[in-house]
Design a protein around this ligand. Structure first.
Ligand code: PMP
Length: 473
């Protein structure tokens, strides 16, 4: 009947008014990523509502877990590979293998970016790292070698093993491919620029350890495969890049056999701890992004340190561009970095410097906390203003609190950063603005940090109310 039709019409009209219009989806050409690596970086900042509302301080997280490889380390993997390519040390699709010693995230990023760019990947890690990281690596086609956790002075330690493996691979392949006519003699032909200060030679082992002839200032004796460029052919003075790193460039008129020699498969030790490209990824990426996203309206930047690349690179850039900004480190218990920042000593008084120590710290938090000063951390040491030591119980409590209140499922280092941010917020007072790094998601940490069983077995309590107390006090 007409009255029924009228009622239906009225009902539909009312519904239409109530219905929230769908969010417009605008696909803009510049938003189409150029392959997988086009999605790396430019991550959003989010306001952590629960903590910010409770404290009256804006606490913002940089969503590094949204990188395509799932962590902040995508930036570093990309920069390491592209710098090595620019230096003539790597060529895609030549069978070259990336080697790295890592507790997980960097390996996954190297395997992901490596795949996209045409490199094989071999990851060496301690055998007590969360198993899901190994599984992801294997699915990505990386070779995984798990070694017994060892002291960092031990040659079987995972980073030292990775360096050794890369070196062996490079040698083996180069020696087996080398014929008399294209060995030593062609190398100087190929390279036009090699510069390295004596200070650099000790740290940039990814470049000096294998591959091309190193430099005339190298402290190591030249081997047949590492001859210095012929003095008469090398340009003088050799240019030095901004960072002072070794630059190796191809001679455009190099002979075909020299180019073929350069494109042999080789092992490349990525060396995230000492490689300048790590710092640069953050100095030129993460730092400028945060400046842009906050318009420089920022009181503090909070980050943990594993290699130190994030805190040093981002922190240094922000210090240079935001007046009065504080750079604050979150450090898990057992890590030596806290003492270094607070008291300029690496070891507790009970311990001696010579003691063999584990490189990784004994904590359920993975990825941050370390017992030595790396090149990438050292670069930021003078700009870190303060540090907070975070317990496993606090980090676990924060992670559970954030899921409950914000639906944020984060990894262990992100949880540490947020505990440190809360402590700092209380010190800075209402109205302050803090940015921290949300390094990766909880899915990378299911079998340890997010496993109630694992925590119970290791005597770590799950007490999210701790965060309520922390916010209320
Ligand atoms: N969080 C996670 C999950 C990591 O894997 C790492 C790197 N080891 C970090 C934080 C620390 O970053 P950085 O190496 O730049 O100090």
């Amino acid at each position: 009947s007409t009255s029924a039709a009228l009622l239906l019409q009225q009902y539909k009209r009312k519904k239409a008014i109530q219905r929230i219009p769908p969010r417009p989806i605008e696909l803009r050409a510049e938003e189409i990523g150029n392959g997988m690596i086009g999605l790396i970086g430019n991550t959003p900042l989010i306001r952590i509502n629960s903590l910010s509302d409770a404290l009256g301080v804006e606490i913002m997280g940089k969503c590094e877990f949204l990188n395509p490889g799932g962590s902040v380390k995508d930036r570093v993997a990309l920069r390491i590979i592209e710098d090595a390519e620019a230096d003539g040390l790597l060529h895609p699709h030549t069978g070259s293998v990336l080697f790295e010693g890592t507790v997980g995230s960097t390996g996954i990023s190297l395997a992901t970016v490596g795949r996209a760019k045409g490199y094989e990947c071999c990851i060496i890690m301690p055998d007590d790292v969360a198993i899901e990281k190994v599984q992801v690596l294997e699915k990505l086609g990386a070779r995984v070698e798990r070694v017994r956790p060892a002291s960092y002075v031990d040659e079987k330690q995972f980073v030292n093993m990775a360096r050794k493996r890369a070196h062996e691979f490079g040698r083996k392949e180069l020696v087996s491919h080398c014929s008399a006519e294209d060995s030593d003699e062609t190398q100087p032909d190929l390279l036009v620029t090699i510069s390295q200060t004596p200070a650099d030679s000790s740290r940039n082992s990814s470049i000096t350890d294998f591959s091309f002839p190193s430099s005339s200032t190298s402290t190591r004796p030249a081997t047949p495969l590492e001859t210095s460029p012929h003095p008469s052919r090398s340009p003088s003075p050799p240019p030095v890049s901004r960072s002072g790193r070794t630059r190796v460039r191809f001679n455009p008129s190099a002979s075909a056999s020299a180019i073929a020699a350069a494109q042999r498969p080789r092992g490349f030790f990525c060396d995230q701890f000492e490689n300048q490209s790590n710092f640069d990824a953050h100095y030129h990426g993460t730092g400028p992004e945060i400046l842009r996203q906050t318009s420089g309206n920022l009181d503090a930047f909070v980050s943990g340190a594993g290699t130190g690349g994030t805190i040093s690179g981002t922190g240094k850039y922000l210090k240079e561009h935001v007046r009065g900004v504080k750079v604050v480190m979150s450090d898990p218990e057992g890590s030596g970095l806290y003492n270094k920042v607070k008291y300029n000593v690496m070891y507790d008084s009970k311990e001696s410097e010579g003691k063999k120590r584990r490189h990784q710290v004994d904590t359920v938090v993975e990825g941050i906390g370390i017992n030595r000063i790396t090149h990438n951390f050292a670069q930021g040491l003078d700009i870190i203003d303060d540090a907070y030591r975070i317990t496993d119980v606090e980090a676990v409590a924060m992670s559970r609190y954030l899921v409950t209140h914000n639906g944020l499922y984060l990894g262990s280092s992100s949880a540490c950063n947020l505990v440190a941010s809360v402590r700092l917020a209380k010190k800075l007072g209402k109205g302050a603005r803090i940015v921290t790094i949300l390094c990766d998601s909880g899915s990378r940490h299911q079998s340890k940090f997010w496993s109630d069983d694992y925590l119970a077995k290791n005597g770590i309590e799950i007490t999210p109310s701790l965060i309520d107390d922390m916010l209320a006090s």
